[in-house]
Design a binder for this molecule. Structure first.
Ligand SMILES: [Zn+2]
Length: 414
């Protein structure tokens, strides 16, 4: 085996292609190793359509960026023929070291994808020394191909949630398979509400799924979602995720706090203390603020105690117990809020719970854990961090797929 053959193997170059020339250009920084790949004169090529051996019609020169050769950039150049098939006419053939239309070799793209699975795109782009836009193009391509291969024929339980790609800006809605323990994401689409459910149905049917097979959908309490789900999945029980019940009251509580703060002096650290997750760690100031709140006769204290009482509802062991606790909770809550208008946000939340009571209760009979849906937030945060700086819906969606969809071997697509 001569040196050129060994190099050729490392490049993914296979016969009839061979490495014919290598030259290090030291006039540029970083230096560039140019590798020229060619075929012998008179070589026959397979027609890309039918495989018939054809003569070369003509050649055109292409260049691909390859993995760095130590500290030097590396470019491969080759004159690629077009075949002239009697049946299919003149067509450009593919080369074994790169996919059609790419300006990078397959090995380069493979390394790029490995890095992007481990770190933010910007960091990966710096390591392999390409522009981030070019790297995104590679990532989009492989993720799209892998998503096209998803098999949803067994999909029977779906969870969905929406999130902002940028704070307060464009939204994406994410659908997960509740039966998958890890990598549960099966569909990500821009927007929120009814249309996203319609698009999911079309996607599902394109991937072997049947809407009639879906027996459970877990979602939030938005009327648009719920109506669309009922129409789209006729056999599905709709379960309201407990997380959204808590979120509803947290939001109401914050609205009450803001309204009350206009006229009353509230403990300083209160805002963050009441927004903290139930079991989240608190600073001393926050703990003090809560203690002060508990001892006070503020309306915010009433709203806070009601939100805390949700935990007691949540701990019910059976659906019967849960039904009783929700009834008790609603009655008690209405008593304590009386008719004070500052507590209107809580009143509204209570109405929403009452309206969705049956769907909320479904979680006690559901065979699917809610824990996975609660994991949504962590996923969204991770995707935001990885796509930092490029957070349009496409990059955000691609990153969510890359982190949490069962894409398998991204390289199977070539
Ligand atoms: Zn042909």
């Amino acid at each position: 085996m001569d040196a050129n053959t060994i190099m050729a193997l490392g490049l993914g170059v296979s016969p009839p292609w061979k490495l014919v020339e290598q030259r290090l250009d030291t006039t540029v920084q970083p230096h560039v190793l140019h590798l020229e790949v060619a075929v012998d004169r008179g070589t026959m090529f397979a027609c890309p359509q039918c495989g018939r051996a054809c003569k070369a019609h003509d050649f055109a020169e292409f260049t691909w960026r390859h993995l760095n050769f130590f500290q030097h950039h590396c470019h491969i150049t080759a004159k690629v023929p077009r075949t002239d098939c009697p049946e299919h006419g003149v067509l450009r053939i593919g080369v074994p070291w790169a996919r059609e239309g790419s300006q990078f070799t397959l090995l380069f793209e493979q390394v790029a994808l490995v890095l992007v699975r481990e770190m933010p795109v910007l960091a990966a782009a710096r390591i392999i020394e390409v522009t981030d836009n070019r790297l995104w193009r590679i990532v989009h391509h492989y993720v799209r191909k892998a998503v096209e291969r998803l098999d949803l024929s067994k999909l029977a339980a779906v969870g969905l949630d929406e999130t902002a790609a940028k704070r307060g800006h464009t939204y994406v809605t994410v659908f997960i398979d509740l039966d998958r323990k890890d990598k549960p994401v099966v569909f990500v689409t821009p927007g929120r509400g009814k249309d996203t459910v319609t698009r999911f149905k079309a996607f599902m049917m394109d991937h072997g799924g049947q809407p009639g097979r879906v027996v459970e959908v877990v979602c939030d309490m938005s009327p648009a979602f719920i109506a669309a789900i009922g129409e789209t999945f006729p056999n599905a029980a709709v379960t309201v995720d407990w997380f959204h019940v808590v979120q509803l009251f947290t939001k109401a509580l914050d609205e009450v706090r803001r309204a009350e703060a206009r006229n009353n002096k509230l403990p300083k650290a209160l805002r963050w203390a009441i927004l903290k997750k139930a079991d989240g760690k608190m600073t001393e100031a926050q703990a003090e603020a809560l203690a002060e709140l508990e001892a006070s006769d503020l309306l915010t204290a009433i709203a806070w105690r009601l939100k805390e009482k949700l935990r007691w509802v949540r701990k019910a062991d059976t659906v019967q117990a849960a039904r009783w606790r929700i009834t008790n909770f609603l009655r008690h809550a209405r008593e304590v809020i009386g008719d004070n208008t500052i507590l209107d946000p809580v009143r509204k939340a209570l109405g929403t719970v009452e309206h969705h009571r049956q769907r909320i209760l479904e979680r006690w009979t559901s065979t699917h854990s809610n824990a996975r849906l609660e994991g949504f937030n962590g996923l969204f945060q991770a995707a935001r961090a990885r796509a930092r700086g490029y957070r349009n819906t496409t990059t955000f969606a691609t990153m969510i797929y890359l982190i949490a969809a069962p894409l398998g071997d991204l390289f199977k697509s070539i």
